[in-house]
Design a protein around this ligand. Structure first.
Ligand code: ADP
Ligand code: MG
Length: 851
């Protein structure tokens, strides 16, 4: 049954109410509150029951057929909600706005918030990642892009050229989970964002018109900025509905102030996640992250995604690391003080948004407790920023909030005794009366002589005196017992005195809960006054934490301070790839990268597996680390500041868009050629591999010549076309290096050592033999190679010679390995234990040896 086909006149009033709400939130799944459940209907019910594995049932709604329905209990809705959001749905939560007990007829319901990927605020947000939501305002000649993390309040704005590539890069590299675009946007961009990068896109033109958020752009005049931000605000206000007073003043990002790289580069260099498993582990971020706080972790990630180009700031960071390294005792102390500091940014979000509880305030208090020590340490370390100590706020929380307060705020237990006189008095009454109940039980036992008499309490009947069946005859008129409830084994009674006490106790209880809630809200209001100051503290703590993390990594791995030069020189001695060196079990072989003023292109040759790709990546990673303000993995490092990095590394077929490796390759190469300046770094790894040899080689050569003559960017170009090494004689700014390998007894050992000059032999065939390709095939390859190496021979030659070659020979030549093969065929690895597999392997080796 489809919602759109239903005759609304027949519907029950409640279902009509549902329809009206759903009309307003067509693109969201509606969680429709009905008593203790959130119910979903029609198509929503089908979707949710499938995604959440819920039973699909039906509801009588006035129609002949029942309406499809599924439901979740409201007290455990969060995990269901998270699941739907993770899967990319929007969920609108429609609550009952009135207490059903206090209304005759149907209660009002409306959506209190819409939860989306970019606007979620739940506790399942990863603490070391920002959750950004952004917008694209297409001004037709440029894009306004603003983005915010509403859990922390950070709010940024930038202008981009009207160019798809750059726009995609900024959205994806900055990890925006959701984007709002105005309707002028090119739908192809929307498609790519949705399909290739799973970004949730909503097209909408509303502009927020009220003035509540003017504090975001107080000092800003540019109407385009205000329009862009208001465009995003319209969506935030519509979805969140709550107060977003914690949003912070817009920070302008000038994209020209940062080291730029495209989406592929971020992926290829494994900056924040690995290529294969998409995991943080073994990425650069993983390596550099020794942060103690969530804030520091998030800032570090932002910096890796957006390294600097600002020499002064970079040098400042080097200097901080240097000081931290020298003052290692103070720094270690600082780390200890940072460790317990709670996520202040997200806490401020909760203060303003309203879902704050007493435990958050305890965490806040515990964090504030460390500010004086952090303040002192930063002073002793001559750090150029510092944190304010919020002593008054600390004192307030210290004396008001109960140490083991519950998560909920409506059940009392929030406020300490001694904080509020009336509360203390009410509590005294309550506990006095509770003592009275105990006393009463003893008194009544004595008075009645019924030894197993009990005074108890339940929610429906309140306090009662319980007497077992056998003792009922002992109850006398004069006791004044009034029968209240009869159970199987006992009866329950009340007395006027008991009722009187009950009123006092329950009255006190209710007053306590209300008063505690009221006091808690007052304290929250006071904390609210500190929002801006806490946010400023959070910023400093995040930075200090990031810097101590970079220091720690530098210390543990022997990194050095880079020297930034204004000359176009790269001089890295004994450079290492920081992640490979950390992860590989074998010793890493350090390598120099030297490109003087007159060297713009390094042409890197060497056999497969020699270490060409690693060498190139290592250079890019060192540059990125240096421009984050980190020390770098080498003995010494002199580099200029780069404006952009371009890479074409490895085979990253764009599976989603269905483009071939070669097409992707050429597109990436083209981007570099179009955009690179002489201050850029280009890495081309085996460019042209995706096409036929002569095609690929000619293209590679043309590209090299073009970069050499026109762009002059520092370029690392690895190739397996040895013919290209001859270019050194015609291109004066191109230098050959090679990664060597040694050959012994037809076997090859990789030294991973990069040396000057061109390599004279391809070891590809040896690698193939290492990989145990059939001996006859290897032989044939050597024969073909021989022909190639005699340059004067023409291409026809090798097609002709193949007439004399018979792959059938193989069988006759190698009976032993065939026997082994036959044996191999009979094995089923899925049915073998590891021990059986191992002994079978031995057996196979034995067969081969016999030969
Ligand atoms: P190529 O690109 O030349 O085929 P790779 O760069 O992919 O080679 O490296 C091949 C293998 O050698 C990788 O597994 C890598 O970990 C290892 N390797 C590369 N360079 C080094 C080095 N300098 N020291 C130690 N191992 C290295
Ligand atoms: Mg390679």
């Amino acid at each position: 049954m489809k919602r759109s086909e239903v005759d609304r006149n027949q519907l029950s009033p409640m279902m009509r109410q549902y329809m009206e709400i759903k009309d307003k939130y067509e693109d969201s799944i509606i969680f429709f509150r009905l008593g203790d459940f959130y119910e979903m209907f029609f198509e929503d019910a089908l979707t949710a029951s499938k995604e959440l594995e819920l039973a699909l049932t039906g509801k009588q709604a006035g129609l002949a057929e029942r309406v499809p329905m599924c439901g979740i209990p409201h007290h455990s809705y969060q995990t269901y909600l998270d699941k739907l959001i993770d899967k990319g749905y929007k969920v609108a939560i429609a609550e009952q706005l009135q207490d059903p007990k206090e209304t005759n007829g149907m209660v009002d319901r409306d959506v209190i918030q819409v939860v989306t990927k970019g606007t979620r605020l739940d506790y399942s947000l990863s603490e070391k990642d920002n959750n950004f939501i952004g917008n694209i305002f297409d001004f037709e000649y440029c894009y306004g892009v603003s983005f915010t993390d509403i859990s922390t309040g950070q709010f940024y704005m930038m202008f981009l050229e009207h160019e798809t590539e750059q726009l995609l890069r900024e959205i994806v590299n900055r990890n925006m989970k959701e984007v709002i675009a105005n309707s002028k946007i090119d739908r192809e961009i929307v498609r790519v964002l949705r399909e290739n990068y799973s970004v949730m896109v909503t097209i909408q033109d509303d502009i927020y018109s009220a003035n509540d958020y003017d504090f975001l752009f107080e000092k800003i005049q540019d109407i385009r900025i205000i329009t862009t931000v208001r465009h995003l605000l319209a969506y935030l206000a519509e979805t969140k509905k709550g107060n977003l007073a914690h949003l912070q003043a817009i920070e302008m990002i000038d994209v020209n102030q940062y080291l730029e790289f495209d989406i592929h580069t971020k992926k290829n260099l494994e900056l924040t996640e690995t290529m294969r498993l998409h995991e943080r582990t073994f990425s650069l971020l993983w390596l550099l992250d020794k942060t103690k706080t969530a804030m520091g972790g998030r800032l570090l990630k932002i910096n890796i995604e957006q390294p600097l180009r600002d020499r002064k700031e970079i040098e400042r960071r080097y200097q901080i690391i240097e000081t931290f390294l020298t003052e290692f005792i103070l720094t270690e102390e600082l780390r200890k003080e940072l460790e317990p500091v709670y996520d202040l940014e997200r806490l401020v979000g909760r203060i303003s948004y309203g879902n704050l509880n007493a435990r958050d305030l305890i965490q806040l208090r515990n964090s504030l407790a460390h500010l004086p020590a952090i303040h002192r340490l930063l002073e002793e370390l001559h750090y150029d920023k510092n944190v304010e100590e919020l002593n008054e706020l600390y004192d307030l929380l210290q004396k008001s909030i109960n140490e083991d307060a519950p998560i909920g705020v409506h059940e009392g237990g929030l406020i300490q005794s001694g904080y509020h006189q009336e509360l203390d008095e009410l509590r005294k009454i309550r506990s006095g009366s509770k003592d009275f109940i105990v006393q009463m039980e003893n008194d009544e036992k004595e008075r009645t002589g019924i030894r197993n008499l009990k005074v108890g309490y339940n929610k429906v009947f309140g306090y009662y005196i319980e007497v077992s069946k056998s003792n009922i005859p002992l109850i006398k008129e004069e006791f004044g017992y009034e029968r209240k409830q009869t159970l199987v084994n006992c009866e329950r009674f009340i007395t006027p005195l008991l009722k009187e006490k009950e009123n006092i106790i329950l009255g006190a209880e209710e007053k306590i809960i209300n008063l505690e809630y009221q006091l808690f809200m007052e304290i929250r209001e006071q904390v609210k006054q500190y929002m801006g100051r806490i946010q400023r503290i959070a910023k400093v703590i995040a930075e200090v934490d990031m810097m101590q993390s970079l220091t720690k990594v530098a210390e543990e791995n022997n990194y050095v301070r880079p020297t930034l030069t204004t000359e176009r020189i790269i001089d890295i001695r004994d450079g290492r790839h920081p992640v490979v060196e950390k992860v590989n079990r074998i010793d890493y072989v350090p390598n120099d990268i030297v490109m003087g003023k007159d060297t713009n292109i390094l042409l890197i040759t060497g056999p497969n597996m020699a270490g060409k790709s690693t060498y190139m990546r290592q250079v890019a990673i060192i540059v990125i680390m240096a421009q984050i303000g980190s020390f770098v993995p080498c003995k010494s490092c002199t580099i200029p500041l780069f404006d952009q990095i371009f890479t074409r590394i490895g085979a990253s077929d764009d599976l989603v868009s269905g483009e071939s490796t070669f097409m992707v390759e050429m597109k990436e190469a083209n981007r570099a050629i179009q955009k690179a300046t002489e201050n850029s770094l280009i890495l081309f790894d085996e460019l042209g591999r995706g096409t036929a040899t002569y095609d690929g080689m000619s293209l590679a050569q043309a590209i090299l010549e073009y970069i050499h003559d026109k762009i002059k960017a520092k370029t690392l170009f690895s190739t397996h076309y040895h013919e290209l090494t001859a270019l050194a004689s015609t291109l004066p700014n191109l230098k050959n290096v090679h990664v060597s390998a040694i050959e012994e007894d037809g076997k090859i050992t990789f030294l991973h050592k990069v040396k000057n000059g061109a390599v004279d032999k391809s070891y590809g065939i040896h690698v193939a033999s290492l990989a145990q390709l059939p001996a006859s095939l290897i032989k044939r390859a050597e024969e073909i190679l021989n022909i190639y190496e005699h340059k004067n021979q023409k291409q026809e030659t090798f097609t002709q010679t193949s007439l004399f070659f018979d792959f059938e020979d193989e069988k006759k030549e190698e009976p032993t390995s065939n026997e082994a093969l036959e044996k191999l065929e009979t094995l089923n690895p899925l049915e073998m234990t590891p021990m059986e597999a191992l002994s079978a392997l031995f057996e196979l080796k034995q067969m081969l040896k016999k030969k």
